[in-house]
Design a protein. Structure first.
Lengths: 300, 738
C-alpha cells in the first residue's frame, strides 16, 4: 500500500509537479491517517421536512411521515450537498518569498488544491478567487469533481508580482458571492490589519463563515538571517534596506508578533477561524482547520 | 625623543583604520534577499534607526581603540615623568646621578645594579633631544661631575662618559654627592632640570642620611630647583650571600720575635647562614694560613690569626674571604710597624730607699722588663736627669709625682717629644704643685698636660683612717686602652672596684673638649664626677694623665687584691702610647694619604695596589722641610711609599724610616646591601616629593628593557576590559550569535 502520509510533507510535494495529483495524494494521505472517516455524519444530518414537489428525488421521501399523515414529505438534510467553499488565494508578490524551498504561493496552492479536492470529493462546491490588489481570476463554485483540474490550472497560470489590497478584494468578492458559504482566505496578509479586518467583517456581515489560513515562511517568523543583507521589498519595488539582520532581529520579531497578535485578536472578535501555517509544516494543519470548521458547521 | 621605548611600532596605528576598512568592505559584501515582510522590517528599522547608529559607532570606536591599545603595548610607552615628553616640548636638562659605590657591584644573576644603572642612564641619554643637556655625576664618597650641562650634539660621546664610569671601592657618600648635586641643580641659567638618581637604595646610607636634618634640607633645596626629582632603585631583589671582613685589628704593639695576634671580624650581611667559608690570612702578601667559619645570617664572628715577625719595620697583613656575591668587601688590610722594643723612661719625683717606697717601684715591678721584653725601661729620679739623656731616645716617658724639671728646657723638649709622636704618661702625687703644673705643663692648652688642675687634691691619703673612697665611674669602654679590660668582664669589674682615696680635680678646657683634642677615659664617682684618666692627642704624640698616684699612697691599685689591674694598666697604657694612630697608616678608600716629614727629602715614589712605583710630588717650603705628601686613594689595598733621603740627612736625623706602608680599606658597612623598601624611602623623604620607581631589567640581551614605569600593564588591563566590553555590547546589540 502506498504511504500517502508522506505527501503531507511540503518537501516531498515539492518534487511532484502535477498539482491535481498532489491534491489527491494529500487528501488521501490525510484521510488514511484518520481513525474516523470524515465522511460519516456528512449529508445525513436531518434539517427539516418540506412537501414533495414533482421533480424531487423520491429517494428522499420520508415514508414514516407518509404513514402517519398520508402526505409526501421530503426529508431535507443540512446543506451538506450545497456547501459552497470559496478560496481567496493571495497572489501578491510577497507570496513569492522562498528560501530555496517551497514559496508561500506554492504552499498556498497546495492547500487550495487539496481542500478543493476534498470538497469536490464530498460533492460540495468549491470556487476560487485569485487576487492581489484586485481580483485576477475568479472561478465560480462548482461541485463537479473534475473542477479540480480547472482550479489547479488557474493557480498555475498566475505569477505573483503585484501588491496586495485585501480589503478591496474582499469587498468586491463579497458582493459577488450570492450564496452564503465558507470563505477560506489563503494569504500572508501583509496589509494593514484594520483593512483586513474590515474585509472580514464585511464577509461576516454577509453571514459567510471565514477561515483565515495565514501563510508565513519560517524566515518571516524567526528571522534567522545572519549575514549583512540587502533586503529588497517584493511588493515595494523601490524599498531597499541594507542592514545587519542580527542587529534588527529583535525589533523585527516584535513588529511581526504584534501584527499576528492583532490579526488573531481581530479574527477571534469576528468569530473567524485563524490558522497560522508556515511553509515548513505538513499540509494536514490546513486540512484539519478546514475539517474542524466543516464539522462545527454541520452541528449548527 | 618620545614617550615610547619602541616608537617604530607606532606605525601600526594605521591599523586603527582596519575596523573602518572592514566595515566598508563588508558593506560591499552583502547578500540580497527579496523580502516579503518588508513592511515590518522597515518599521523595525525606523524605530531603531538612531540606536542602531549609536551602537554601530560605539562598537566601531571600541574596535578602533582596541587596535590602538594593542599597538601602544608593542610601542611600550614610558611613564610620563621619565617619558621626557614629546618632540614638541621645551629644552630639558637631565642630571644623572649614577651610584658607583662598591655595593652596586653585587652579583645577583647576570647583571649587577651598577650595570643596570648604566643601562638606564644610556636609555635616558638616547631618548634625549638634541636641544637637551646632560649632567653626569658619580655617587660615592668622592663624587665627580663627569659632564656638566653638556649639549647632546654627539650622543655617543655622552654615552661614552657613562661607559667610562667604573665601580668604585668607596661607600655611597650621600652627603657628598647631594652637595655636588645641589651645586649643579642650583645653576639658574638652566631651566627645566630633571634629576635621576640611579642607586641600589641601600637601607643603611639612605635611611641613616634621612635622619639628618642638613641632608633633608639639601634635598629640599635641590627639589626646589628641579622639575623632577626621581629615584631609580636598581638594587637586587633577592638576598644574595654577602660576607665581609668588617674589621681587622692587631693585639697591641707588635714586637720583634713575639707571637702577634690578629683578629678579623667576619660579618654576614645576608639573612641566611653562610655555610663553611674559607678565611685566608696573608702576611706581607704571602698566604700563611686558612681558617674555616660558618656565620649565621646577620651575625658576625671573630677569627684569630697568629704570626711571629722576625724583622722590624713596616709590615702588612690581609684577611680574605672566598668569593661571594660582592667581591669588594672580601678583603681587609692592616698596616703596622713591628718594633724591636718600646724604650721607656720612667722619671720618679719621689725616690725612696726602702722597697716599694719610691713612686715608681710599682711601675717597674709591673713592667718587669727582661732583655727580651717588648718594653725596655730606664728608671731615674728626675733630679738625675742629665743633659746627655734626650727624651727623643725613648718611645715613652712616664712622669710619676714629678714636681718639676731642673732644666726648664726640658718642658719644651717634652713638648717636642710628644709633637713628634712620643708617648707621655703622667701620674700625680703629693709633690705636684698644681698651679705650677698648669703654667708649665698645661700652658693654657698649648702644653702636653691634657687638662688644667683645678685645685689641691681631693680626699685623704690611703693611710688615713677617715679617708673617703672613690671608684671609677662612667668608663669609656670603647677606648682602645681599656680594650683588655672590656674583653674580660671580670677584669673590667675589678677595674671598677679599685679604690681611689685622693686625686687631683681636673677640668677639661672647653676648647679642647669642643675640638675633641682631649677625651676622658674614666671618671670618678665623686659628686663632681671629675675625670680620673684623660688622654690628649698632642700632634703626633699622645699624653695620658692619671690624676692619682702610681704607688699606694692615694689608691689601692697596687694592693694584693688589685695588683693585676695596675699591671694591665701599665702595659696597656705604654703600648697604647706608642701605637701609631691607626688612621695614619690605615685609611678608608677615598681619603688621601697624608704625611709630613720634618727632614729633607730628595724625592718620593709610591706604588698603588697591584702597580709599580711611580714618582710622586711633595709639597715643601721652597725646597726645605717640612715636606708634605698627599696621595688620593681610589682603590683598596696596600700602598707603598719609598723616600729618597740623602745619606747626610740620615746621619743627622738618626733612625728615620724611608719605607712606609699604608693599608687602604673599603667601608665595610657599604657591604650591607639590604635595600630600603619603597615605603621606607618615601616615608623617610616624605617632605621632598621624590619620585620613586624600581627598574626590573628582564631583557638581558641588550635590547630595550622593561620597567614598572612603563604603561603596558594598565594598557593591557584596559585592552582586556575594552575587549570584554566589545564582546558584551556586540552580544547585547545582537551583533553576535547568542
Amino acid at each position: 500500500m502506498e504511504d500517502y502520509l508522506k505527501y503531507l510533507n511540503p518537501k516531498v510535494l515539492n518534487k511532484i509537479t502535477n498539482l491535481e495529483l498532489k491534491a489527491r495524494l494529500i487528501v488521501e494521505g490525510y484521510i488514511s491517517g484518520l481513525h474516523k472517516s470524515p465522511y460519516h455524519g456528512f449529508s445525513v444530518e436531518f434539517a427539516q421536512h418540506r412537501e414533495y414537489v414533482p421533480g424531487d428525488d423520491i429517494r428522499h421521501i420520508d415514508w414514516k411521515v407518509y404513514g402517519k399523515s398520508n402526505r409526501y414529505y421530503i426529508k431535507e438534510y443540512e446543506e451538506e450537498t450545497n456547501l459552497v467553499s470559496y478560496f481567496l488565494l493571495d497572489s501578491s508578490a510577497s507570496m513569492r518569498y522562498s528560501n530555496d524551498d517551497m514559496s508561500k504561493y506554492d504552499y498556498a496552492c497546495h492547500i487550495v488544491a487539496s481542500l478543493s479536492y476534498l470538497i469536490l470529493q464530498q460533492q460540495d462546491a468549491a470556487g476560487l478567487c485569485i487576487f492581489d490588489q484586485e481580483i485576477r481570476t475568479l472561478l465560480p463554485a462548482s461541485s463537479n469533481p473534475a473542477y479540480i483540474g480547472d482550479i489547479a490550472h488557474q493557480m498555475a497560470q498566475v505569477d505573483p508580482v503585484e501588491k496586495t489590497s485585501i480589503d478591496v478584494v474582499i469587498k468586491d468578492i463579497a458582493g459577488r458571492l450570492k450564496k452564503r458559504g465558507l470563505v477560506v482566505i489563503v494569504s500572508d496578509l501583509f496589509d494593514d490589519v484594520s483593512k483586513i479586518l474590515e474585509g472580514i467583517r464585511h464577509l461576516r456581515h454577509r453571514r459567510h463563515d471565514v477561515i483565515v489560513l495565514h501563510i508565513l515562511h519560517p524566515d518571516e517568523l524567526h528571522f534567522p538571517l545572519q549575514r549583512l543583507t540587502m533586503f529588497e521589498g517584493l511588493e515595494e519595488i523601490d524599498s531597499k534596506l541594507l542592514v545587519n539582520p542580527r542587529a534588527i532581529q529583535s525589533a523585527y520579531l516584535k513588529e511581526i508578533q504584534n501584527f499576528i497578535s492583532e490579526l488573531k485578536s481581530g479574527c477571534i472578535a469576528h468569530r473567524v477561524d485563524y490558522v497560522q501555517v508556515t511553509t515548513d509544516q505538513n499540509l494536514d494543519v490546513a486540512l484539519s482547520a478546514y475539517l474542524a470548521n466543516r464539522g462545527s458547521r454541520a452541528r449548527r | 625623543m618620545n614617550f615610547f621605548i619602541q616608537p617604530w611600532f607606532l606605525t601600526g596605528l594605521t591599523a586603527a583604520s582596519i575596523p573602518v576598512i572592514i566595515h566598508l568592505i563588508f558593506r560591499r559584501r552583502f547578500q540580497r534577499v527579496e523580502w516579503g515582510a518588508m513592511k515590518f522590517l522597515l518599521a523595525a528599522y525606523q524605530s531603531n534607526k538612531t540606536s542602531l547608529l549609536v551602537e554601530h559607532i560605539l562598537l566601531l570606536i571600541l574596535r578602533i581603540l582596541i587596535i590602538i591599545l594593542l599597538v601602544l603595548i608593542f610601542a611600550r610607552p614610558i611613564a610620563g615623568d621619565i617619558a621626557l615628553f614629546s618632540d614638541s616640548r621645551s629644552t630639558e636638562h637631565f642630571i644623572l646621578v649614577v651610584d658607583n659605590s662598591y655595593s652596586m657591584g653585587v652579583r645577583d644573576g647576570n647583571q649587577s645594579p651598577f650595570e643596570k644603572a648604566k643601562k638606564q642612564a644610556r636609555n635616558i641619554i638616547k631618548n634625549a633631544q638634541i636641544k637637551d643637556s646632560i649632567t653626569i655625576i658619580t655617587m660615592n664618597e668622592k663624587p665627580r661631575v663627569l659632564t656638566s650641562f653638556a649639549t647632546i650634539l654627539d650622543t655617543g660621546k655622552i654615552i661614552g662618559h657613562i661607559d667610562e664610569i667604573k665601580l668604585s671601592h668607596q661607600a655611597t657618600g650621600l652627603f657628598e654627592t647631594m652637595d655636588i648635586l645641589k651645586e649643579q641643580a642650583s645653576k639658574k641659567e638652566y631651566l627645566n632640570k630633571k634629576v635621576f638618581i640611579l642607586t641600589d637604595c641601600q637601607k643603611g646610607p639612605w635611611l641613616g642620611a634621612s635622619k639628618d636634618q642638613s641632608f633633608l634640607a639639601t634635598l629640599k633645596e635641590i627639589r626646589k630647583e628641579v622639575r623632577l626629582f626621581s629615584l631609580f632603585d636598581v638594587g637586587v631583589t633577592s638576598d644574595p650571600l654577602n660576607l665581609a671582613v668588617s674589621d681587622l685589628e692587631a693585639d697591641g704593639v707588635i714586637g720583634l720575635n713575639t707571637l702577634a695576634r690578629f683578629v678579623a671580624t667576619i660579618q654576614n650581611f645576608s639573612p641566611k647562614e653562610s655555610g663553611e667559608m674559607a678565611i685566608h690570612f696573608y702576611v706581607d702578601g704571602n698566604k700563611q694560613s686558612t681558617e674555616y667559619v660558618s656565620v649565621l645570617g646577620g651575625e658576625r664572628q671573630r677569627v684569630a690569626f697568629f704570626y711571629n715577625f722576625v724583622a722590624t719595620g713596616p709590615h702588612n697583613v690581609m684577611v680574605e674571604i672566598d668569593a661571594d656575591s660582592l667581591a669588594q668587601d672580601n678583603k681587609r688590610y692592616l698596616s703596622f710597624d713591628v718594633l724591636q722594643n718600646i724604650k721607656t723612661l720612667v722619671l720618679d719625683g719621689d725616690i725612696q730607699e726602702e722597697a716599694f717606697g719610691s713612686e715608681t717601684d710599682y711601675i717597674t715591678a709591673a713592667i718587669g722588663a727582661t732583655p727580651k721584653s717588648l718594653i725596655q725601661m730606664e728608671v731615674m729620679s728626675v733630679a738625675d736627669l742629665s743633659s746627655d739623656i734626650q727624651f727623643s731616645q725613648y718611645n715613652v716617658i712616664i712622669l710619676a709625682n714629678v714636681q718639676t724639671f731642673a732644666d726648664e728646657e726640658r718642658f719644651l723638649e717634652l713638648e717636642e717629644f710628644a709633637r713628634k709622636g712620643g708617648g707621655i704618661l703622667f701620674f700625680l702625687g703629693e709633690k705636684v704643685p698644681y698651679k705650677y703644673y698648669n703654667s708649665e705643663f698645661f700652658k693654657e692648652g698649648l702644653g702636653v698636660l691634657p687638662a688644667p688642675i683645678e685645685a689641691e687634691a681631693i680626699g685623704k691619703a690611703s693611710d688615713k683612717e677617715d679617708k673617703t673612697v672613690f671608684t671609677f665611674d662612667n668608663i669609656d669602654e670603647t677606648h682602645p686602652v681599656l680594650k683588655y679590660f672590656v674583653e674580660n668582664k671580670t677584669l673590667l669589674e675589678d677595674f671598677r672596684r679599685c679604690l681611689t682615696y685622693k686625686f687631683f680635680p681636673v677640668q677639661i678646657d672647653a676648647l679642647d673638649k669642643e675640638e675633641k683634642r682631649v677625651s676622658v677615659i674614666a671618671h670618678y664617682d665623686d659628686p663632681g664626677k671629675h675625670p680620673a684618666i684623660l688622654e690628649k692627642n698632642y700632634e703626633r704624640g699622645k699624653v695620658v694623665l692619671f690624676t692619682s698616684t702610681a704607688d699606694r699612697a692615694w689608691n689601692n691599685y697596687n694592693s694584693d687584691q688589685f695588683g693585676h689591674v695596675f699591671l694591665i694598666m701599665v702595659h696597656e697604657f705604654i703600648q697604647y702610647l706608642v701605637i701609631r694612630p691607626i688612621h695614619e697608616s690605615n685609611i678608608r678608600v677615598g681619603l688621601p694619604i697624608l704625611k709630613t716629614f720634618d727632614f729633607y727629602i730628595q724625592g718620593a715614589e709610591i706604588a698603588q695596589p697591584g702597580e709599580s712605583f711611580s714618582p710622586i710630588g711633595l709639597q715643601s717650603n721652597n725646597g726645605a722641610a717640612p715636606f708634605r705628601l698627599k696621595e688620593d686613594t681610589f682603590v683598596s689595598g696596600i700602598y707603598k711609599l719609598n723616600l729618597d733621603i740623602p745619606l747626610q740627612v740620615r746621619e743627622e736625623q738618626g733612625e728615620i724610616a724611608s719605607e712606609y706602608i699604608f693599608a687602604v680599606n673599603v667601608d665595610p658597612t657599604e657591604g650591607d646591601i639590604t635595600r630600603a623598601t619603597k615605603q621606607e624611602i618615601l616615608n623617610a623623604l616624605k617632605d621632598i616629593n621624590i619620585h620613586y620607581s624600581t627598574r626590573l631589567q628582564k631583557n638581558q640581551s641588550g635590547g630595550t628593557s622593561t620597567s614598572d614605569v612603563e604603561y603596558w600593564k594598565p594598557i593591557l588591563i584596559l585592552l582586556l576590559i575594552l575587549n570584554g566590553l566589545e564582546t558584551f555590547l556586540a552580544m547585547w546589540f545582537g551583533r553576535y550569535d547568542r
